[in-house]
Ligand binder design. Structure first.
Ligand SMILES: [Zn+2]
Length: 166
């Protein structure tokens, strides 16, 4: 259990649209930052987008800690929720990476190892959309996790990226 007041205190709080996609395995890394949207137009009904986690492939290969995107969303228990409806577009060398049937980028090989590209984080409730290159959100994610933050809104991430990017 965590002291962080997760939007999803338990997997039972998961919205109906993503019921049935619960991963009961323990989240063995505490290094995970959830990303959601909860603009004033849909206060109380957050749209869960993705989470950020260490790129372990890159870490093993090079020793560099870099943050990458996961389709799993953290909850107040050890359960992670699989976000079947997350939409991301990963560009590598300005070419879109193919996505699977759920819209998740197939980021095997170089794209996953290097963790580079352009991500679109979109709320399907209000349409708010942030676009970032992988390098743009590195310091923001690291700073938030260092501060003990476990979840951030699209708007909050945007202001953090502005504050931390050079
Ligand atoms: Zn929204």
């Amino acid at each position: 259990m965590s002291n962080w007041p997760y939007k999803l205190a338990t997997e039972l709080d998961t919205p109906e649209r993503i019921h049935g996609t619960i991963n009961h395995g323990p989240d063995d890394d505490q290094l995970r930052l959830g990303l959601y949207c909860e603009e004033a137009s849909h206060a109380g009904a957050p749209w869960f987008i993705c989470s950020f986690m260490p790129n372990y492939g890159l870490l093993e290969a090079t020793g560099d800690l870099q943050w990458t995107v996961s389709d799993m969303y953290p909850t107040g228990t050890s359960a992670l929720i699989s976000l079947a409806a997350v939409r991301q577009q990963l560009l590598v060398d300005d070419k879109p990476v193919p996505v699977d049937s759920r819209g998740i980028p197939k980021t095997e090989g170089r794209a996953r190892t290097e963790g580079r590209g352009r991500w679109t984080f979109e709320c399907q409730t209000c349409g708010r959309r942030n676009n970032y290159k992988t390098e743009s959100f590195q310091e923001a994610v690291a700073s938030l996790l260092r501060a003990g933050i476990k979840e951030i809104s699209l708007a909050g991430l945007e202001s953090m990226v502005k504050r931390t990017s050079k």
